[in-house]
Design a protein around this ligand. Structure first.
Ligand code: FAD
Length: 385
């Protein structure tokens, strides 16, 4: 494989890498080689048809597109149409079903009676104040200060324990922000201005982005196996884990991972929604995804559906990194890695793995468009190329 003939080598064919490759080829007219160690493009947004049900499934978990950015929304429309899908999530707890994120319907159901917004505010505030006297020491204290004891015990405690495999009283409060409570019956999961599912799937977006005569690609290739074929003056845009790039010289950054167990069921509809959370600590999985609900406009074959059960745990060294843990020690380590990037001026780090940040898709796309303007274009301008 020849790599030194390309103007840019992009490591990673997820949203960040695909946007950079597309911009370099279409706006600068330069050649790009995209490498990915996986056998497919699309990164974690990859989707494929399940061979047993014919339903489009998201191998790395349900991905809903949403954004407030006009720029990102307009940019993606060059590669796809969106459906009018609106995401709604439910939580099963102690044999009952609740609407999430917590809204007035959730509060009324949890307390077993109808309430006005003001009545609900008073009830939650009273519970939060009763607990708050002890101050905020851990994640449990902070969650109760936001949603009160009843909702915390019912919907948050068991779920958090499963996510972190740790009692929430032993988790640091700064892992979570303030938990939102909506005192209206608005039950949409995302509040963004734009939301939808790509009409013909995520994979179609990536095929169109990368379908350019100046873009070549190699799948199933790990950058570190071919790095010695790259000319040190060539530009590399690296979207893999930043700690791996530097040989873990400052240590391993902490991640949580998830495992998905796939099941095909001979029913037309398994659970009635795309995502159902399971809050009870005794239920081992955190969520069940049923992908057919993401595309109600499609004529799916009747009588078969695919679900994924999601299990959450700390990532081992060989696991897929999904969510940064981001402890104070992680942040200090990240700062050391940032300092090391100065020694590699021809490498631009980006994406969720390269920046060690949870990014939604619109954030990864927005960051890539900015990186192209602020770092990639100037790189060639400075070289007078
Ligand atoms: P990635 O998509 O991870 O792409 C990085 C690529 O780099 C990967 O394909 C990887 O194989 C490759 N790579 C890494 N190291 C190497 C190497 N050494 N050599 C070659 N290739 C390498 N966002 C939303 O907006 N909505 C959602 O509903 C949503 N749901 C999510 C659910 C889950 C469970 C998770 C984990 C994330 C979710 N996201 C969601 C976030 C979304 O997945 C990310 O925003 C997006 O994947 C970021 O793109 P990226 O290019 O930065 O990273």
């Amino acid at each position: 494989m020849q790599l030194d003939g390309f103007d840019v080598v992009v490591v990673g064919a997820g949203f960040f890498g695909a946007v950079i490759a597309e911009q370099v080829a279409s706006r600068l007219g330069r050649s790009v080689c995209v490498l990915d160690r996986r056998p497919h493009i699309g990164g974690n947004a990859y989707s494929e048809l399940d061979p047993d049900s014919g339903v489009e499934v998201h191998r790395y978990g349900t991905h809903i597109f949403h954004t407030n950015s006009e720029t990102v929304w307009r940019y993606l429309h060059r590669f796809t149409e969106f459906t009018g899908y609106r995401h709604r999530v439910f939580t099963v707890a102690k044999g009952r079903v609740y609407s999430m994120p917590i809204n007035l319907a959730t509060v009324c159901a949890a307390f077993g009676r109808a309430m006005t917004p003001d009545e609900a505010r008073v009830v939650i505030a009273a519970e939060a104040a009763a607990h708050g006297a002890a101050g905020i020491g851990n994640l449990e204290d902070k969650a109760i200060a936001s949603v009160g004891r009843t909702l915390y015990d019912l919907l948050i405690r068991g779920y958090t324990q499963k996510q972190w495999q740790t009692d929430p009283r032993e988790l640091s409060a700064d892992i979570i922000g303030r938990l939102p409570v909506r005192f209206t019956f608005d039950d949409r999961y995302f509040a963004d201005r734009y939301e939808g599912m790509p009409a013909d799937g995520y994979i179609a977006i990536f095929r169109r982005m990368l379908d350019h005569p100046r873009i070549a690609g190699h799948l199933g290739v790990d950058y570190f196996d071919v790095a010695d074929r790259i000319n040190p003056r060539q530009l590399v845009v690296y979207t893999g884990p930043i700690d791996r790039f530097f040989g873990y010289a400052c240590g391993h950054l902490g991640w949580r991972t998830v495992d998905f167990a796939r099941e095909v069921h001979d029913v037309a509809d398994y659970q009635g929604a795309a995502v159902i959370n399971y809050a009870d600590a005794e239920v081992p999985y955190t969520r069940v995804h049923e992908f057919r609900h993401l595309h109600p406009e499609r004529a799916h074959a009747q009588g078969r559906t695919t679900i994924y059960r999601e299990y959450s745990r700390f990532a081992g060294r060989s696991d897929e990194p999904y969510y940064p843990i981001n402890t104070a020690a992680d942040r200090a380590m990240l700062a050391s890695y940032h300092a090391m990037t100065a020694s590699r001026p021809n490498v631009i780090f980006g994406g969720r793995l390269g920046s060690y940040k949870y990014l939604d898709m619109h954030q990864a796309i927005g960051a890539a468009l900015k990186t192209f303007e602020l770092e990639v274009e100037p790189f060639f301008a400075q070289q007078g190329m």
